[in-house]
Write a protein that binds this ligand. Structure first.
Ligand SMILES: [Ca+2]
Length: 636
C-alpha cells in the first residue's frame, strides 16, 4: 500500500491546490488553513470529514486523477496591448435597439459607439451575435458564420468592425464551442446518420432510454444526457438539453473551430472570449462523478471535465491554428492585425494556480482567463441572498498578485452577463450606490491586471425588483424555479438573488419610457424607478459615477505606473482597509479604499501622498464610508 496523499502534497500541485481550495471554500473554510504545517501533513482523506460526509477513498481517487504532471509556466512578460487596455462587455440584446422590435441589435451598437469612445475604453467584447434559436440567449449557436436574425446581418457585422476600428477600438466576439445548438447542421447531420462523419462530432452513447450513461448533473438542472429516440442514443449536454457538447477528441471538430476563428479574423475581428473553454476535454470513458464533490460543488461530475486530460493541448493547437494570422509578421500589433488574436477563456472552477497553466506566456495557450472564485464569499453560492464582504475580494486579489510570475497576468472583473450586479450584492442601500460604484471602479482601474467592465457598471447599475417569475426570461432561472417548485420549495426566493436577468435588463440611456433603449416593448423589462442613474443624467452630473470612470480611465492612460507598474500592498491584515502603491520608474501612486459603510481611522501616514482623484478632497485622519482615493506619492 502506498502512503496516503497529504494536503501538502496535493497543494504542491497547481491543479490539486485549486481543487482542494474549491472544496474548502464551498464549505466556508479558508484555504489559509492548509498553510498550517500540521494540517499540510494530514492525509487528504480528512477532507471528507471536514465536509461532513464519508467516502474519503473515492474522493481521493477523484483528486489524484487531476494530478498529472504539468510543465511549469516560466515565460517572459507578454508586453502586449491587452495588458494596458480597458475592455467593455456589451450584451447586444440589451444594449440598444435600432428598429423598435424591443431587441438590441448591431446597428444599435454602432449608433452608441461614441459613448464607449467618450468613456475611454479600448476594446469591446460582444456576447453572442451568431445565428441561434436562443434557448440560451445566443450561447446555443446554429451557424458560426452568420448573424442572429434579430441582431442584423453579416454586412452589419462588417460595418460594426469597421466602425470600431475607425474609432481606435478593437472588437472581440464570443466563441461558444464547447457545444452547439441542436439546430446546428452538424447535429442535424448526426441525427440523420449517427454512424456517419457527424455522429462523431458530438458525444453520443448507446443505451436504454431510462438509464443515462453516467450520473453527471447539468448546469441548467437535471441529468447532462438527453435521449434521442430517433437514433436510440444519448447525447451529452453540460448545459441546456438543446446545447449538445462537441466531441473535441475528434480532430475534425478542432479543425472546424480553428477555421471559424480564422474566418472571423479575416473579417477583421481582433479576438474572442471563449465560452466555458476549460470544459472541452472530458475524462476518457466519461466516468461517474464523485458524490461528495457533487454535493459540495452543486454539480455532480465536474471533476471529470473542468480540467480534462487534453485541455492544454487543444488550446495550444487552437492558438496556433485558429488565432495566429498567417499574413502578418510575428510580434505585429494593430487593429485587425495582431499577429496572434486575443484569447480570453471563461473558466468556471479554475483557480489561480491552474489559471497560470493556461495563461503563462511560456505555455502558448490563452492570454487571460476569467475565474470566478472571487465572486462569492466562501460558503455561499450565487443564489444565496447575502451581503458580499469586500474583504474577501481584497484577500483574493492580494493572494493572486503574490503568485504572479513575470509571464503571468490576470483579468479583473466583478460583473458580466451571468452574475447579478455587484453593488446590490455588497450593500443595496440606495445612499451608498454611487459611493460603491466609484469604489469598485477605482479598484478595477488601478489594480494590476486587465479590467473588463460590463455594460451599466459605468452608471452604477443595480439589481431589478422583478415582481414574479413571469417577468424573467433566463433559461437557468426558469429551470431552477421549476425544479424548486416541483420539490415543494419557494422557487421565486430560490432564483431572485442570483438570477442572470438582473444584468440583462436594457441599458438605461435616458429617463424616458423606453429608456432610450427601444421605441417598442423591451424583450426583458427592468423595474427601476430611481432618478439620476441613466447615461444622460450621469453625463450631465459632474460628480457622477460615469464621470468618475472617465476620469479614472484618462488617468490610467496618462500614467503607465497604473497599468505596468509594480504593486505593493499596504497593511494587508487591516480589516476594511485596502491600499496599495503602484510604481514605475520615478512615478508612484497610492490608492486607498475604505471597504466598509462606516468611518475608518486612516492607518497610513504618507505625507508625500496628495489626492489626484478622490471621493474626499484630502487624506484626513478618518476615512469616510467607502472612501476611494487615488494619490500621487513620492517614489519610495
Ligand atoms: Ca432591434
Amino acid at each position: 500500500m502506498t502512503k496516503p496523499l497529504t494536503f501538502g502534497e496535493a497543494y504542491a500541485h497547481p491543479v490539486g491546490r485549486d481543487a482542494v481550495d474549491q472544496l474548502l471554500r464551498a464549505v466556508g473554510i479558508s484555504s489559509k488553513w492548509v498553510d498550517n504545517p500540521v494540517v499540510s501533513r494530514l492525509p487528504l482523506s480528512w477532507l471528507a470529514r471536514l465536509t461532513g460526509r464519508e467516502q474519503g477513498a473515492e474522493l481521493l481517487a477523484s483528486i489524484e486523477a487531476l494530478l498529472a504532471p504539468q510543465r511549469p509556466g516560466d515565460g517572459e512578460p507578454a508586453n502586449a496591448w491587452w495588458q494596458e487596455a480597458v475592455f467593455y462587455q456589451v450584451y447586444p440584446r440589451s444594449f440598444a435597439d435600432s428598429n423598435g422590435d424591443g431587441i438590441g441589435d448591431l446597428t444599435g451598437i454602432i449608433e452608441h459607439l461614441d459613448h464607449l469612445v467618450d468613456l475611454g475604453v479600448d476594446c469591446l467584447w460582444l456576447s453572442p451575435i451568431f445565428a441561434s434559436p436562443n434557448k440560451d440567449m445566443g450561447y446555443d449557436i446554429s451557424d458560426y458564420r452568420d448573424i442572429m436574425t434579430e441582431m442584423g446581418t453579416l454586412a452589419d457585422a462588417d460595418r460594426l468592425i469597421a466602425a470600431c476600428h475607425e474609432r481606435g477600438l478593437r472588437l472581440i466576439l464570443d466563441l461558444v464551442v464547447n457545444h452547439t445548438s441542436d439546430q446546428h447542421p452538424w447535429f442535424q447531420a448526426a441525427l440523420a446518420d449517427p454512424d456517419g462523419e457527424y455522429g462523431n462530432y458530438y458525444v453520443l452513447r448507446d443505451g436504454e432510454p431510462d438509464t443515462p450513461p453516467n450520473n453527471w448533473i447539468s448546469f441548467f438542472s437535471g441529468p447532462t444526457w438527453r435521449w434521442f429516440p430517433e437514433i436510440n442514443r444519448w447525447g451529452l449536454h453540460l448545459f441546456a438539453a438543446e446545447q449538445l457538447d462537441l466531441n473535441w477528441e475528434n480532430p475534425a471538430v478542432r479543425r472546424e473551430v480553428a477555421e471559424v476563428a480564422q474566418w472571423w479574423l479575416a473579417r477583421g475581428v481582433d479576438g474572442f472570449r471563449l465560452d466555458v473553454i476549460n470544459f472541452i476535454s472530458k475524462r476518457d470513458g466519461l466516468p461517474d462523478g464523485n458524490q461528495l464533490i457533487g454535493q459540495t460543488m452543486g454539480f455532480r461530475g465536474v471533476e471529470q471535465y473542468f480540467h480534462g486530460p487534453h485541455v492544454h493541448n487543444y488550446l495550444a493547437e487552437l492558438r496556433r491554428d485558429g488565432f495566429t494570422r498567417a499574413d502578418v509578421a510575428p510580434g505585429t500589433e494593430g487593429l485587425g492585425e495582431d499577429a496572434t488574436a486575443f484569447m480570453v477563456g471563461e473558466m468556471p472552477g479554475i483557480g489561480m494556480e491552474t489559471g497560470k497553466l493556461f495563461t503563462n506566456t511560456g505555455r502558448g495557450e490563452l492570454d487571460l482567463i476569467f475565474g470566478f472564485d472571487h465572486l462569492e464569499t466562501p460558503g455561499h453560492v450565487r443564489w444565496d441572498d447575502y451581503r458580499y464582504d469586500l474583504n474577501r475580494l481584497k484577500d483574493y486579489l492580494i493572494d493572486y498578485q503574490s503568485r504572479l510570475g513575470p509571464g503571468d497576468w490576470l483579468s479583473l472583473f466583478f460583473e458580466n452577463h451571468d452574475n447579478p450586479r455587484m453593488i446590490s450584492k455588497i450593500n443595496p442601500e440606495p445612499r451608498w450606490r454611487s459611493h460603491l460604484g466609484k469604489l469598485l471602479a477605482t479598484l478595477q482601474l488601478t489594480m494590476r491586471g486587465t479590467p473588463f467592465l460590463y455594460q451599466g457598471q459605468e452608471i452604477a447599475a443595480i439589481n431589478q425588483d422583478f415582481p414574479t417569475i413571469d417577468e424573467m426570461r433566463d433559461v437557468e432561472s426558469l429551470n431552477r424555479y421549476a425544479e424548486l417548485t416541483a420539490a415543494g420549495k419557494d422557487g421565486f426566493a430560490g432564483v431572485i438573488a442570483g438570477s442572470r436577468d438582473h444584468a440583462r435588463t436594457p441599458m438605461r440611456w435616458e429617463d424616458s419610457p423606453g429608456l432610450g433603449f427601444t421605441t417598442g416593448q423591451p424583450w426583458l423589462a427592468g423595474h427601476e424607478t430611481s432618478a439620476g442613474f441613466t447615461v444622460a443624467e450621469q453625463r450631465a452630473d459632474e460628480h457622477s459615477v460615469l464621470n468618475w470612470y472617465r476620469l479614472l480611465i484618462q488617468l490610467r492612460r496618462a500614467n503607465p505606473a497604473l497599468t505596468k507598474g509594480s504593486i505593493d500592498f499596504v497593511d494587508p491584515g487591516r480589516k476594511n482597509y485596502f491600499a496599495w502603491y503602484r510604481r514605475l520608474g520615478e512615478e508612484a501612486w497610492l490608492i486607498e479604499l475604505n471597504l466598509s459603510d462606516r468611518e475608518l481611522k486612516r492607518p497610513l501616514t504618507d505625507a508625500t501622498a496628495t489626492v489626484v482623484l478622490g471621493t474626499a478632497a484630502k487624506r484626513a485622519a478618518t476615512m469616510a464610508p467607502y472612501e476611494a482615493l487615488v494619490c500621487r506619492a513620492a517614489k519610495s
